[in-house]
Design a protein around this ligand. Structure first.
Ligand SMILES: Cc1cc2nc3c(=O)[nH]c(=O)nc-3n(C[C@H](O)[C@H](O)[C@H](O)COP(=O)(O)OP(=O)(O)OC[C@H]3O[C@@H](n4cnc5c(N)ncnc54)[C@H](O)[C@@H]3O)c2cc1C
Length: 390
């Protein structure tokens, strides 16, 4: 995709923010297993970074999705995965459906403060009973007078401990089957009946991940996003932006792992020469770099087509799959060349190894991506018609 001077200007702003406001604190935030999301988001909001693709009527910059992906790419330069993921949830996972389908009132009340960085958002899809099979989720919202009454639970929710509102997917209809019985509802997280539990993880330490409990939580009926019963479809659309975000965000991250491994392996001596001088090592790193370039081409091509209005389900799923695979492959290969020093908790390559492992699970596991691709290929049992899509 051809990026303009306007993209590059935005890139410089994002890069400066990462360098000055995030990077100096990463080690402390990782150690503390939390970061001050309200403070960081407020500063990003002041720079317009949280609403790049959104309507200026709600405080956005009114640019297209490719500009938002420039921010995704630049936050990939952060030396941990947790903080970029929290930002990505705010910009490209919890807010796209609200921006596209939400009422003016809902957007003024929740989208505008998310863009300004005054409110932290989260996306509530996955549940304790499972995250892969979205259609099978169990949380319900029933109508009672002018309210929705929500009961159930959500699991693995990024930003969940601190979020001011949640874009929640719940079963709202008795009829229509699992793809037409759900709605997205904006839930203010200070509503009575909500409890939160922090989940401790093996990586993404600074990211706050929560289990959310909803016990007869009352929310105004108008908090439904768009039309009732369309929540599954809206969430599948919202996933496209999430998956493109994941792919583009990984690019700098992957490059950085290769860069720091080259540096380390060049300095480290074995058998009278540097680790890097062994052909098996520099060839392997060249191979991995080639893979990253291939992902870069695929991810940005998907972004370009998405901006042009094409259905990019196929390419976005492929890019997400490749991202998960590569984050595992690159971190694993690189860590090997760091030897014992790579196996320590503090080592930067170990952090990448831990954090990157999530990509094959979150936002749709690798196998879920393969299922989508196979469906479009017409090779999934029961799906014979090949649907053309990018
Ligand atoms: C750190 C973290 C942050 C997250 N943030 C959020 C968030 O903000 N919001 C949110 O809603 N969710 C979030 N998730 C949840 C994430 O999207 C789910 O973990 C994911 O969708 C998988 O669901 P599951 O963990 O329940 O695994 P399950 O659905 O139980 O699946 C387990 C495994 O089964 C395999 N599998 C699944 N389907 C198939 C298939 N068709 N064929 C073969 N194998 C298959 C896969 O390997 C999968 O990993 C987060 C998860 C983590 C760990």
């Amino acid at each position: 995709m051809l990026l303009t001077e306007e993209h590059e200007a935005l890139r410089r702003t994002a890069a400066r923010f990462v360098r000055e406001e995030i990077e100096p604190h990463v080690d402390a935030w990782e150690e503390a297993e939390r970061f001050p999301s309200h403070e960081v988001f407020r500063k990003m909001g002041d720079l317009g970074l949280l609403g790049i693709k959104y309507d200026p009527a709600y405080g956005g910059l009114g640019l297209d999705f490719s500009y938002s992906m420039v921010l995704a790419e630049e936050t990939g330069a952060v030396s941990c995965g947790g903080v970029p993921m929290a930002i990505g949830v705010q910009t490209d996972m919890a807010t796209p459906a609200l921006a596209r389908f939400g009422s003016d009132r809902l957007k003024r009340e929740y989208l505008a403060p998310a863009i300004a960085g005054e409110m932290v958002s989260c996306i509530g899809v996955s549940e304790p009973s499972g995250g892969s099979d979205v259609a099978a989720l169990r949380t319900t919202a029933r109508r009672d007078g002018g309210d929705w009454v929500i009961s159930g639970g959500k699991m693995w929710i990024t930003n969940g401990m601190k979020a001011d509102w949640c874009c929640l997917l719940a079963n709202t209809e008795d009829e229509g089957g699992p793809h037409r019985n759900k709605s997205l509802i904006v839930v203010p997280m200070d509503a009575a009946g909500i409890e939160r539990r922090k989940i401790r993880k093996i990586g993404m330490m600074s990211s706050d991940t929560a289990e959310l409990f909803f016990d007869e939580v009352r929310v105004p009926a108008e908090n439904v996003v768009g039309e009732r019963g369309k929540g599954f479809t809206y969430q599948m659309m919202q996933f496209q932006e999430e998956r493109l975000w994941a792919a583009v965000n990984a690019l700098r991250w992957l490059d950085r792992q290769i860069d720091m491994t080259i540096e380390y392996a060049r300095d480290r001596k074995v058998f009278g020469g540097s680790v890097l001088d062994n052909q098996v090592v520099h060839f392997r790193l060249a191979e991995l770099r080639t893979e990253v370039e291939a992902l870069r081409a695929m991810a940005w091509s998907a972004v370009e087509r998405y901006v042009a209005g094409e259905d990019v389900t196929r390419l976005a799923s492929m890019a997400k799959l490749k991202t998960g695979r590569l984050l595992r492959e690159v971190a694993d290969s690189c860590l090997q060349y760091w030897g014992g020093n790579g196996y320590t908790w503090e080592s930067p390559i170990a952090r990448a190894f831990r954090d990157g492992r999530l990509a094959s699970i979150g936002g749709g596991a690798d196998e879920v991506m393969l299922g989508i691709i196979c469906k479009l290929e017409g090779t999934l049992p029961g799906t014979s018609n090949r649907r053309r899509a990018n």
